[in-house]
Design a protein around this ligand. Structure first.
Ligand code: MEV
Length: 315
């Protein structure tokens, strides 16, 4: 059985979302994780993930290994004590540790593929079809093992594959776009662990709580206004909000010289606004552009050092 899950970008509100403020995120269909689960004649559960050079049998991996832990959680959820012999093939076009949600996308695709696995004879489901809510909860559990204190936004947008207005611990709220708009994503090519930037922000917040709470409140306002602008068909207003959000992320120390360079290059090339997206320090930035300028903004990003760009329409 094959399953796929998209990548994601955060439009507004990263980091503040960990502290209960709203954030907006959208799926990026151009990058995706694909998983195929096959019945196997070889004993064991064999995992092949060439992207991370992994070819191993499940029991040879530590139980907190990102891929092993997903498989073990699925078995646990369905009360499978004697798992069948299977082969899991994982491929992905989402760069690892780039802020595009590669880990959550692999987890979502893997859970869906496993849940539809059939008995070797063919007919019955070996496991059970699984609801989005169950997938989301499971992936959140996995994210907690690897990211410390994740807000849950990544697994939510990837599971539901729809734009979300996300507030930690609240029911999933999707939103509609009044008018499509174009985003250019620029990848610094610098891998950065979300866990580390989130951990550093926590230390700064503990040291200077009032100041950080004020920053988070400002970001909450930005997310709220951004959602209204998107829903009311005025996406051009997002540019200024992106610039403001980026300045606040810089204040939180999660930008980097490379991200700042790409953000400036996008603005100089005519983008309406730009900001880092995701955990920061490396990974991606995003820029809002008129559709007609998207190619030239993408070219300017490459010229300024981006390792790759994606032009995506949010609709
Ligand atoms: C990571 O994509 C977004 C952060 O806000 C972390 C989180 O929400 O868990 C930086």
């Amino acid at each position: 059985m094959k399953a796929s899950a998209p990548g994601k970008i955060i439009l507004f509100g990263e980091h503040a979302v960990v502290y209960g403020r709203p954030a907006l995120a959208v799926p990026v269909a151009q990058v995706h994780a694909d998983v195929e689960v096959l019945d196997s004649s070889r004993p064991g559960i064999w995992i092949h993930a060439p992207l991370i050079d992994l070819h191993a049998e499940l029991t040879s991996l530590p139980s907190d290994h990102p891929i092993a832990s997903v498989i073990l959680k699925v078995f646990q959820l369905f009360g499978i004590s004697q798992p069948p012999n299977i082969e899991v093939n994982i491929s992905s076009t989402i760069p690892v540790a780039s802020g595009l949600g590669s880990g959550a996308a692999v987890s979502v695709a893997l859970i869906r593929a496993l849940s539809f696995l059939r008995e070797p004879q063919g007919s019955a489901f070996l496991f059970h079809p699984i609801t989005n809510e169950q997938v989301n909860d499971l992936v959140y559990e996995i994210e907690k093992i690897h990211h410390g204190t994740p807000s849950g936004i990544d697994n939510t947008v990837i599971t539901y594959n729809m734009p979300v207005y996300f507030i930690k611990g609240q029911p999933v709220e999707t939103f509609k776009t009044g008018k499509p708009f174009t985003i250019v994503i620029g990848d610094t090519g610098i891998p950065a662990l979300t866990k580390e930037s989130v951990g550093d922000v926590r230390l700064l917040w503990l040291r200077n709580t009032n100041h950080f709470e004020n920053i988070f409140n400002e970001i909450a306002q930005i997310s709220l206004i951004a959602r209204r602008s998107i829903e009311s068909g005025k996406p051009e207003l997002l540019g200024e909000l992106m610039d403001h959000n980026h300045a606040l992320l810089q204040e939180m120390t999660v930008s980097s010289p490379e991200l700042d360079t790409l953000v400036s290059a996008a603005r100089d090339a005519g983008a309406l606004g730009a900001k880092l997206s995701g955990g920061g320090r490396g990974g991606n930035m995003i820029a809002l552009t008129d559709q007609a300028k998207a190619e030239s903004v993408a070219a300017a990003l490459m010229f300024a050092g981006a390792k790759r760009t994606i032009i995506t329409e949010i609709s």
